[in-house]
Ligand binder design. Sequence first.
Ligand code: HEC
Ligand code: HEC
Length: 142
Amino acid sequence: MKKVTVSVLMLVATAMTASADGKRYGTIRDKVTREECGACHLAYPAGFLPAVSWKKIIGNLPDHFGDDASLDEETTKHVLNYYLKHSRHGKFRNPAMRITELRWFVREHRHEVSRRARKRAGTMSNCQACHRGAARGYFDDD
Ligand code: HEC
Ligand code: HEC
């Protein structure tokens, strides 16, 4: 028993050190959600958009930014519940459908991103092209 406690403490210590060098934005911890919503792009962390946005996005998966991202009813419900539970708090009058359209996003990326990096990524929605730690919740590691 004692040994187990010690190794858990060591894991906690490691995790704290890892987050000390950058802000952690969160990840999708639910396996089903991570797989379904990470099939075509980064499984975007829920905390980037408010509940109203996720409701709209996940409420219309057959017409998903020009793609068909349909899921069966049960999985849709499961994924929606996860996103709603972890969504960004606050009141939003004009909820965005895209993270890449949010004001902080545009401000943060306007001057920092070279034309070459943008071209290589193809689209700003392709977070992982520039943020190698994105799947682990890190966006300031490049
Ligand atoms: C079949 C492929 C596919 C699947 C599966 C998929 N998406 Fe997408 N998603 C796309 C495409 C294509 C775009 C548009 C990317 C672009 O504009 O470059 C997109 C864009 C998005 C955006 C906007 C990103 C931005 O620009 O800020 C969000 C949010 C999003 N998807 C959420 C989800 C969620 C939640 C799920 C799971 C229910 C999901 N996606 C599953 C293909 C997919
Ligand atoms: C073409 C490259 C590129 C793409 C694509 C990109 N970013 Fe960035 N991002 C950057 C650069 C460069 C910075 C500014 C330098 C830094 O802080 O790492 C930045 C900064 C950020 C920051 C601020 C980090 C901090 O705490 O300082 C966040 C959050 C972020 N990006 C999230 C995203 C998300 C989410 C996506 C996808 C929807 C995305 N980025 C797509 C290049 C990119």
